[in-house]
Design a protein around this ligand. Structure first.
Ligand SMILES: Cc1ncc(COP(=O)(O)O)c(C=O)c1O
Length: 450
């Protein structure tokens, strides 16, 4: 598979420059800051979809992802995928009649981001072993990506991670998940919001000085962080439906990498019969406004500080990729996507309702996903007979303060998180927003450590 720069696509350049997967992973974005995307998408054979029914997660992931990584010998890629996903947990259950949940939060850092972060780290490590090159990885986080990336790259040879997080925007547990690892992991608390962190991480990629350190990105602007998430739809489908039965999926949306990758699974592109995607947002609802106004770009507002803090993204990075996936055709998008804004009050109400109905504790992000399902069914009762799958993205224990204030009790905290909460912080720096010079100094001063 060859990759192109989406800026070339939007400029309608006839023969856009092609990139290999290695170039894509090791640069994160094109020199002019364009996003990479594959030249073509993969349509999976229906027998392959049927065959997935009894398979393990690693097998499904290998089949779905290999076409995007086919510069790597098949056996090598299979080995990477099995090493990363061999013991992964992604359980599915029916919570209400015809409403299913996929729990994506049982692994390394108790967040769905682990799936893509670990695979990206596995593939990067594979390429690095062949070259002996040293790289630095920049990541801007709103709270859940940082822990997942730091953990995935922790102790990996010839890699240093610089993780920028909003000083006031992450929970104490998320902070400790990032800051207690040490070794090759460096954390920078930024006096600003997620966008300030993301902008600094992106600016670092294009900075002439940083180029000396071979920078790449571990945000979902990096295709290697984006595409592994596509597997979720196939896995979920294989657990709840019989091909070609249509289903509906609800995917909580912030930076739109998660839902964007899953759009690729849909029948016109990937072959999976997903009738609709529910895209629930918190008040940071760019895609809702986009589809309401049928405009490819809408005004960027301020960041609203909502309960689902990891989704507090005022301008999602992945919109150009989504437009590309839909052939730059907003009518196609509107037919498939049901975008909805979920208030904090509604989020909290759904948490209480689901707990009362099913004795099931949702985290604040997963609650947005479930709220999307209920809202969709109220608006479109004709879909009541469909199987609907809600993607649940984080473990409630990561947000104990919020759970306590909404539910009146604290969630049980897994042992690993308890240990991290009690551990001392390592390699933590502070910077003001936009202080690229300060970031350069940190990278320079830590170049010899670990
Ligand atoms: C727990 C959780 N749920 C949902 C999302 C939304 O995913 P995306 O930003 O890819 O839209 C995030 C993103 O950080 C998250 O951390």
């Amino acid at each position: 598979m060859k990759y192109i720069n989406l800026n070339d696509y939007f400029l309608q350049i006839k023969k856009p420059k092609q990139y290999s997967i290695e170039e894509v992973l090791f640069t994160g974005q094109a020199p002019d800051k364009g996003l990479f995307a594959p030249e073509t998408f993969v349509h999976y054979d229906k027998t392959l979809i049927k065959y997935m029914k009894g398979e393990r997660y690693a097998d499904v992931a290998f089949r779905i992802l290999y076409p995007y990584f086919d510069d790597i010998p098949e056996k090598d890629f299979e080995a990477i995928v099995h090493k990363v996903y061999g013991k992964i947990k992604a359980p599915v259950r029916e919570l209400y009649q015809n409403i299913y949940i996929l729990e994506l939060f049982h692994n390394w850092t108790f967040a769905f981001k682990d799936f893509a972060a670990q695979l990206l780290a596995g593939v990067i490590e594979y390429f690095l072993k062949k070259t002996n090159k040293r790289i630095v990885v920049f990541v801007g986080t709103s709270g859940d990506t940082g822990p997942a990336i730091n953990e995935a790259f922790w102790k990996k040879k010839n890699i240093k991670v610089y993780c920028l997080f909003p000083k006031k925007g992450v929970t104490p547990i998320q902070r400790k998940q990032m800051t207690t690892l040490g070794e090759n992991i460096f954390n920078i608390e930024v006096d600003g919001d997620f966008h300030a962190c993301q902008e600094m991480a992106k600016a670092a990629l294009n900075d002439d000085y940083m180029k000396y350190f071979n920078p790449t990105s571990a945000n979902s602007i990096n295709w290697g962080r984006f595409i592994p998430q596509e597997v979720f739809s196939f896995w979920f489908y294989s657990k709840i439906a019989e091909y070609p039965e249509p289903v509906i999926f609800s995917i909580p949306t912030g930076n739109a990498g998660h839902i964007g990758a899953n759009f690729l699974a849909q029948k016109d592109i990937g072959g999976l019969p997903v009738a609709r995607f529910i895209a629930p947002h918190n008040l940071n609802n760019y895609m809702v406004r986009m589809l309401k106004n049928m405009k490819k770009q809408v005004a960027v507002t301020r960041t609203y500080n909502c309960l689902s803090n990891a989704m507090n993204v005022k301008q999602p990075n992945n919109i150009p990729r989504i437009l590309y996936i839909f052939d730059n055709d907003m009518d196609k998008m509107q037919k498939l996507i049901y975008p909805v804004t979920i208030s904090d009050k509604r989020t909290a109400d759904i948490m209480r309702q689901v707990y009362k109905d099913q004795n099931y504790l949702l985290d604040v992000h997963s609650a947005v996903s479930m709220a999307g399902v209920f809202d969709f069914l109220e608006r479109h009762p004709k879909y009541r007979d469909y199987k609907i799958g809600a993607f649940l993205t984080a473990e409630p224990a990561k947000f104990p303060e919020k759970i306590k204030s909404i539910m009146g009790f604290e969630p049980p905290i897994p042992e690993k998180l308890k240990k991290q909460l009690a551990a001392p912080e390592k390699n933590v720096f502070s910077l003001k927003a936009n202080d690229l010079k300060g970031l350069q100094e940190i990278v320079y001063n830590t170049r010899k450590s670990s």
